[in-house]
Design a protein around this ligand. Sequence first.
Ligand code: MG
Length: 275
Amino acid sequence: MRTSWGSATDTGRVRALNEDALLAYPPVFLVADGMGGHDAGDVASRTVVDEFGRLAGRPSVTVDEVHDCFERTGRVLRGMFDDGRTAGTTVAGVAVAAHDGESYWLVFNIGDSRVYRLVAGELEQISVDHSVVQELLDAGELSAAEAAASPQRHVVTRAVDSTAVPDPDYWMIPAGHKDRVLVCSDGLTSEVDDRTIGDVLRSYPDPQEAAQALVEAAVRAGGRDNVSAVVVDVAMAARSADTDQTVPSQGRASAMPDDLEDETLPRPPRDEVTR
Ligand code: MG
């Protein structure tokens, strides 16, 4: 399945640090929203990118491989923060998976970053937040409007952190030819409602422009938190004879798995053929 994508992140107007981190490198697209004192949240979210980055460049991944990334991240954080400090991060994302020759979105989530899909022009939220507010919503004790205004709206009930083995949720969804997937941190969804997110995703055919427009909308609306967005499109299937030529030559060498041991993940080309 061929994908094209764009990503954007911003510290916002209030926070001093951007503790969000993102990975947009086929077949994995994710956002991690770090939490913790001092620079700990920053370290936690970057650890996610380092560990999930090991999957970059593969044609597709399995649930077990993604789950291994969660477990490795948890082990690294428990080892790093064994001195009484705690650190944690949300992780939400999508990876390209394959089964019986068909392509799937493997959606994963822990915490309150989100994965949405725009299908036939309609925005649907795929991930379910692990948050106090979501639990109150599920129990019928809060309305959607009350949830949006609740002082507890940023309190997560699950995360990848330095205290416990992570317990993420997974969804496997057949990929449609015209799907567009959005992965974002709560800095977007706490500033911009779903109707506006859908409008922006429908307005910008280019995924990079869409990601930037979403982040700019959140900053304009107040920017009270770090904000990150990754937009992934299923690109039109390339004619098989042209397949290799559709990959931009620029950056292609840096997309090879051998180079991924570098500490700094090379910026990949924005179009990539995955099979
Ligand atoms: Mg946040």
